[in-house]
Design a protein around this ligand. Structure first.
Ligand code: 4NP
Length: 154
């Protein structure tokens, strides 16, 4: 069993989408029992909320049902997860600052390092963007998660 935590700022747009995509792709690949998936935000202001309506609608059209309730990332997540996958530099810095030791630090990865169709270094925050921003985020996440799943299934 490999344990994955996706992290963004609010845990209502990017990371719950990555979470839902990973769960669906893992089911389709027949490895759902081999992965434990969760998501969290570095900012706790949206804790308890469902994902942003714009993201839920865009994801739903692609077959992803996003029902995660937002929660804040905590230091204890370093013990629970094998891979802590962040969306941008700000997430990376905030998560790394909480790492209690080098082994924990080595668990922190960037989502875009798994991309093969996009030559980018962060998943842009869609919160203040229009609907096209949400579609673009989903395109990036589908690319990254499909490669992550291939890696997991090896
Ligand atoms: P996320 O998007 O980090 O992808 O969940 C955001 C959600 C909320 C805020 C910013 C980004 N906010 O400022 O409240």
């Amino acid at each position: 069993m490999k344990k994955y935590l996706f992290v963004c700022l609010g845990n209502i747009c990017r990371s719950p989408a990555a979470h839902g995509i990973m769960e669906k792709m893992a089911r389709e690949k027949g490895i759902a029992e081999c992965v434990d998936v969760d998501s969290a935000g570095t900012y706790g202001g949206h804790s308890g909320e469902l994902p942003d309506t714009r993201m839920r609608e865009a994801a739903s059209k692609r077959g992803y049902d996003l029902t995660h309730r937002a929660r804040q990332f905590t230091r204890a997540d370093f013990e629970r997860f094998d891979h802590i996958i962040v969306m941008d530099d700000s997430n990376y810095e905030r998560v790394c600052r909480l790492a209690p030791d080098m082994q924990s630090l080595s668990k922190v990865e960037r989502m875009t390092d798994y991309c093969t169709r996009f030559d980018i270094d962060h998943v842009p925050d869609p919160y203040y963007q229009g609907q096209s921003g949400f579609e673009y985020v989903l395109d990036i996440l589908e690319d990254a998660v499909s490669n992550l799943i291939e890696r997991t299934a090896e």
